[in-house]
Design a protein around this ligand. Structure first.
Ligand code: ATP
Length: 208
């Protein structure tokens, strides 16, 4: 089983990192690929270059085995659709290998607007991680066939299930971190010091 956590990571923070580590251990995953979105299709474009976001991600996980910085979306032109990303990962693993796509509750609320979202379930399972400020939503009837309360089912099939997983609640967001930098406040303990040093060195997030 392998895991995938995509995001803007503008910048990566302990909300992402703690969640990634926990789901890696919970599901006994060989690896979790953290994949910065080069051109996020479903939100405002980040001001920060994808190469800077990738560099910060690499610094954040430097000491952590089992979490990897995956730059495949930076190598693709056009909008970074998750369905293309999962498809390319699917080609690298056996057809039986379960792929777990992790998304936060906030992202799940918009899943049905993602490009070819139904096809995601042909390529992997979707695991929704709890996030402070977003309670677990009612399951839309269109997910009834996919939804399971039994995590062992995820190991039995390569794809097709929807599961909700509680993770340690860290009320941290990249938006809040960017605002703190812009206001010259200390963002310490919200993200790794190595990432803070990179942001300062490259003078990121100076303005709102
Ligand atoms: P922004 O504030 O810029 O929207 P963000 O903090 O939400 O950024 P993203 O890079 O957009 O970070 O998030 C990537 C993925 O990680 C999303 O699926 C998101 O739901 C999830 N995520 C982000 N922060 C947390 C957190 N604190 N706890 C759990 N999941 C999180």
């Amino acid at each position: 089983m392998i895991g995938v956590l995509g995001g803007t990571f503008d910048p990566i923070h302990y909300g992402h990192l703690r969640s990634a580590l926990e789901v890696k251990e919970l599901f006994n995953l060989k690896e979790v690929h953290l994949i910065p979105s080069a051109m996020p299709p479903h939100r405002e474009q980040p001001n920060t270059r994808a190469t800077d976001r990738l560099a910060m991600l690499k610094l954040a996980i430097a000491e952590q085995s089992g979490l990897s910085a995956d730059d495949r979306e930076l190598k693709r032109p056009g909008p970074s659709y998750m369905v293309d990303t999962l498809q390319s990962i699917r080609l690298e693993v056996s057809t039986e290998t379960p792929i777990l796509l992790f998304i936060g509750t906030d992202a799940f609320l918009h899943l049905q607007s993602w490009y070819q979202w139904q096809h995601l379930f042909n390529l992997g399972h979707i695991v929704v991680m709890t996030r402070p400020g977003f309670k677990q939503p009612e399951i839309d009837p269109c997910f009834t066939d996919m939804h399971t309360d039994n995590p062992t089912e995820l190991a039995l099939k390569p794809a097709g299930k929807l599961y909700f997983q509680a993770v340690t609640q860290l009320d941290i967001s990249a938006t809040d971190i960017r605002n703190r930098f812009a206001q010259h406040k200390n963002p310490g303990f919200l993200l790794p010091d190595t990432v803070i040093a990179y942001i300062k060195q490259h003078q990121l997030y100076q303005r709102h």
